[in-house]
Write a protein that binds this ligand. Structure first.
Ligand code: BES
Ligand code: MG
Ligand code: ZN
Length: 494
């Protein structure tokens, strides 16, 4: 969908936004005087009936051969609203606007609304417009808006504000597109090629194939991949927006393009949802794209481990033992706890190769995180208070909220193995997300500020979310936008 901005005089037709004081904003260029009078009365009535304080009343108005959705919003000037709230309002406007059934709409914010506010409303409109319909044949596609004209009092400033925020929208939608893609299409090599295609934004991208991974000694990752006909990859993207000598911030993503569970096979009921098990990697790629397009003055590394977890005659067995790249040995007790095996090697590689100033990993790691936090907060684990605080603050800003759960040596006994250094599932009851994080921590040195974000419950929502509707959320991309845009000078030494 395309979004353009216009100055009030070029007002066409479509949606008119009224404020709660009953004024009809910029309607003079659109409606004849008798219609204006009608709308004014209608708004006054809506205002009286209105019980909600932000949005929304809307009704359909026919005039001539045209129809418009007339919407009433509260006085956004008086109500202090955040960027995120403005985006959520934009998303609601999209839902209302789409209900007209027109392919082009006009959203008129020409009076009293600051350019920044209009830009964020347009951004929410754009995020909510996301559809993954490439596999719908023409007839099955439902009509949606393909052009939106936002009328703003200061077209130029609005365009400037939107330019940056639209980069974020595109990154969010890129992550959602990758997560939505079918696993027979987006297998490890295909996703590695998605990473490679980010070169066009000025990123340095290196792909490592099975041979390279064997050379690195990434046997934990390789063990997960060995049951699949698709060979594994490690993709490493680098954005150098700062001095060469500046250590990078590193992002690591779990990229299991399909998680059947392997020999410890999952029940069939919800197995189809496991195409989303590469969402952590998608968030990392989308963030790398965003950093390059925003020309962020930071150094950033994004490393994703790409494998498919399948049962077969060559698959890894429960009770197998592998030696990870770090040298530590792992007893596999459950082949479905594969994400931590992939991350163990990619975290170790990233730490030793780049000596980053911090590492943040994104992973759909455990079903247990939904038991703990539902779908409102992602799970956060960290060995560094400054990093954790900063991430939580960014999360509140963009409403991608994080709740910190403990890491503690007391959980180590649950993952100690009788036969190897560590085992890949906890022996205690409960705390499944914590023991998974505690496992990861064994592959990070305590001096490296590190945070693990378990997005298993928030990457996808069957219920409608204000900004993203139902489906894939791209959770993590806007979080990284808020986190990275003021990360230039941060140090994490606590
Ligand atoms: N990919 C799953 C976790 C997951 C569950 C992601 C639901 C998204 C939605 C992960 O690989 C997994 O299977 N974890 C197991 C771990 C267990 C075997 C210790 C789990 O959560 O049951
Ligand atoms: Mg699994
Ligand atoms: Zn998994």
């Amino acid at each position: 969908m395309e979004i353009n901005f216009y100055a009030p005089s070029s007002s066409i037709l479509g949606i008119v936004i009224g404020s709660s004081n009953g004024a009809i904003l910029s309607s003079s260029t659109i409606f004849a005087s008798n219609e204006r009078e009608f709308l004014k009365q209608k708004f006054e009535k809506l205002r009286k009936d209105s019980t909600k304080n932000v949005i929304f009343q809307s009704f359909l108005h026919q005039y001539g051969n045209n129809s418009a959705v007339i919407m009433q919003v509260a006085d956004l000037v008086k109500t202090e609203i955040s960027e995120t709230e403005a985006q959520e309002i934009g998303a609601q406007i999209f839902v209302a606007a789409e209900s007209i059934g027109e392919e082009e709409v006009v959203v008129d914010f020409s009076q009293n609304f600051s350019p920044g506010l209009v830009a964020h409303i347009a951004a929410g409109f754009k995020i909510r417009s996301f559809r993954f319909d490439k596999y719908k044949t023409e007839k099955q596609k439902h009509i949606t808006i393909n052009k939106a004209y936002f009328i703003s009092s200061n077209q130029q400033l609005t365009e400037i504000a939107y330019k940056d925020i639209s980069v974020v929208c595109n990154a969010v939608n890129f992550a959602r597109t990758l997560s939505s893609e079918a696993p027979n299409v987006l297998y490890p090599e295909a996703m590695a090629n998605e990473a490679k295609s980010l070169k066009r934004y000025g990123l340095k991208v290196d792909l490592f194939d099975e041979k390279d991974l064997t050379k690195f000694g990434m046997n934990a990752l390789l063990g997960v991949a060995q049951g699949s006909v698709h060979s594994p990859y490690l993709a490493v993207c680098q954005w150098n927006g700062s001095d060469r000598s500046e250590p990078p911030i590193a992002l690591v993503g779990k990229g299991v393009t399909f998680d059947s569970g392997g020999i410890s096979i999952k029940p069939s009921h919800d197995m189809h949802e496991m195409k989303e098990d590469m969402t952590g990697a998608a968030v990392v790629l989308a963030t790398m794209q965003m950093a390059a397009q925003l020309n962020l003055p930071i150094n950033l590394v994004g490393a994703i481990g790409l494998v498919e977890n399948m049962p077969s005659g060559t698959a890894q067995r429960p009770s197998d033992i592998v030696q990870s790249m770090s040298g530590k040995t792992i007893e596999i007790q459950n082949t479905d706890a594969e994400g931590r095996l992939v991350l163990a090697d990619v975290l170790h590689y990233t730490e030793t190769e780049f000596s980053p100033k911090c590492i943040i990993d994104f992973a759909t790691l455990t079903g247990a995180i939904q038991v703990a936090l539902g779908q409102e907060f992602a799970g956060l684990f960290s060995n560094n208070n400054t990093l954790s605080k900063k991430l939580r603050k960014a999360g509140i800003l963009v409403q991608e909220k994080l709740w910190e759960l403990p890491l503690d040596p007391a959980y180590d006994k649950d993952i100690d193995s009788n036969i190897a250094d560590v085992k890949n599932v906890g022996s205690g009851r409960g705390a499944g997300s914590i023991t998974a994080a505690q496992f990861l921590q064994r592959f990070i040195s305590p001096e490296t500020p590190w945070a693990h974000i378990d997005i298993a419950a928030v990457s996808h929502d069957k219920k409608e979310r204000a900004l993203t509707g139902a489906g894939f959320t791209g959770f993590g991309v806007r979080l990284m936008y808020a986190f990275l845009r003021d990360s230039t000078t941060t140090s994490f030494n606590t």
